[in-house]
Design a protein around this ligand. Structure first.
Ligand code: PMP
Length: 390
């Protein structure tokens, strides 16, 4: 008897699915040093360019001076500082919800919310392309778990007919690997018709969508009744770390009492919360960041279409180039790397079989000339790879 780890690893390598961690040797930014070399990067989730912003960094330093380094305890013991509390109040304001609860990560926010709200005898229905943390939480909850076709209210409706107990419909707001938007008005209407609740994980929409960066619910004017459970993360557009769940007073109190990934973990370092207050202000006030991003998205899509690349139906900074085969995706990524450009090849199991892609992500820190450099490098790489010649 043994755990055949080397066999498992060899199998993964043979299928071109082996993952490696690039070693970042500079601050997170669009110009990075990785494994000793300088690159122009199109693969972070730092959509607004705040991860390396001097004012945010200064706020973090001030936070350390004021609140120390560690959270020191869980929130319910003695880890809930004034910094955490002030951030929760700012997040409630940003989301237009009565209250928000700060969590240590998006993965834990999703785990905590879903397992606190549904259990044995209940039902959880999820878009089949939801983020792994949502799917994992659904399975862990013990509720009946079913996945509906991507962004398909009809498919959701069929499953709602058979649902039992309290029913939670869960969807990404912006789908993390495709960049498309959830059809929330229709999905919410279906859920409402069946007395189900909707939970939206808008990890990739906050900061980017809506007039002041309030995400998909702000952009589409969705009320608390339509989306009672709203999740956002702070490590993407807001450039720091952590996550939050926003909703009614009762929802937040319920989570404080029952969400295990909230109760049984140390609070995030208060200085991170302190820095995030500055990110939220910059994201709200500096709307030029969203406007600039919109121009970059348009420029990239027009250029990529001219090169005959297959894009997805995405109005967001997530602009995947669909390739299909994992080995081809890796070769394309490698070709760009040789030209000083980093774009990650995303392969199964992160995305469905046969849909490997280059996940290009744009940031307000990119210049228009950076997008032009990417397009030029794509053109040169494609010309070198025989499998891309039609
Ligand atoms: N939800 C979605 C849709 C995500 O893309 C991610 C991160 N990739 C998470 C949740 C997890 O967030 P965090 O990184 O804060 O754990």
């Amino acid at each position: 008897m043994s755990f055949d780890l080397s066999g498992r690893l060899a199998e993964r390598r043979a299928a071109h699915l082996y993952r490696q961690r690039p070693l970042l040797e500079s601050p997170q930014s669009v110009r990075v040093k990785v494994d000793g070399q300088s690159f122009l990067a199109f693969c972070s989730n730092d959509y607004l360019g705040l991860a390396d912003h001097p004012e945010v960094a200064e706020a973090m330093v001030e936070g350390v001076r004021r609140w120390g380094v560690g959270g020191g305890a869980s929130h319910l013991v003695l880890g809930h500082s004034g910094a955490h509390h002030a951030l929760e109040e700012a997040l409630a304001e940003l989301t237009g919800r009565p209250r928000a609860l700060l969590m240590s990560s998006g993965y834990m926010a999703n785990m905590g919310a879903i397992t606190a709200l549904v259990g044995k005898g209940d039902t959880v229905l999820q878009d089949r392309l939801n983020h792994a943390s949502l799917l994992d939480a659904g399975l862990l909850s013990g509720a009946r778990f079913s996945r509906y076709l991507h962004n398909d209210p009809q498919s959701l409706s069929q499953r709602l007919e058979k649902a039992e107990g309290n029913t939670l419909v869960v969807t990404d707001g912006v789908f993390s690997m495709d960049g498309d938007l959830a059809r929330l008005p229709e999905l919410c209407a279906e859920a409402r018709r069946h007395g189900a609740w909707v939970m939206v994980d808008d990890a990739h929409g906050f900061g980017c969508l809506g007039a002041t960066g309030g995400g998909i619910v702000q952009q589409q004017g969705l009320s608390l009744e339509q989306v009672p459970v709203l999740v956002g993360t702070l490590g993407k557009a807001f450039g720091t770390a952590g996550a939050f769940i926003a909703g009614s007073e009762e929802l937040i109190e319920t989570l404080i009492q029952f969400a295990r990934s909230y109760i049984y973990t140390t609070s995030q370092p208060p200085a991170v919360a302190w820095a995030t207050l500055t990110s939220l202000r910059l994201a709200r006030e500096e709307s030029w960041r969203r406007e600039h991003l919109a121009r970059l998205i348009e420029r990239f899509r027009a250029g990529a279409a001219q090169l005959g690349l297959q894009l997805m139906d995405s109005p967001t900074p997530i602009q995947p180039i669909l390739v299909g085969d994992s080995a081809r995706a890796l070769r394309l990524s490698e070709g760009l790397r040789q030209r000083g450009i980093l774009v990650t090849a995303i392969r199964p199991p992160t995305v469905p079989q046969g849909t490997a892609r280059l996940r290009v992500t744009l940031s307000a820190a990119h210049a228009e000339t950076d997008v032009d450099r990417l397009l030029e490098a794509l053109q040169q790489t494609l010309a070198e790879l025989p499998e891309f010649q039609s």
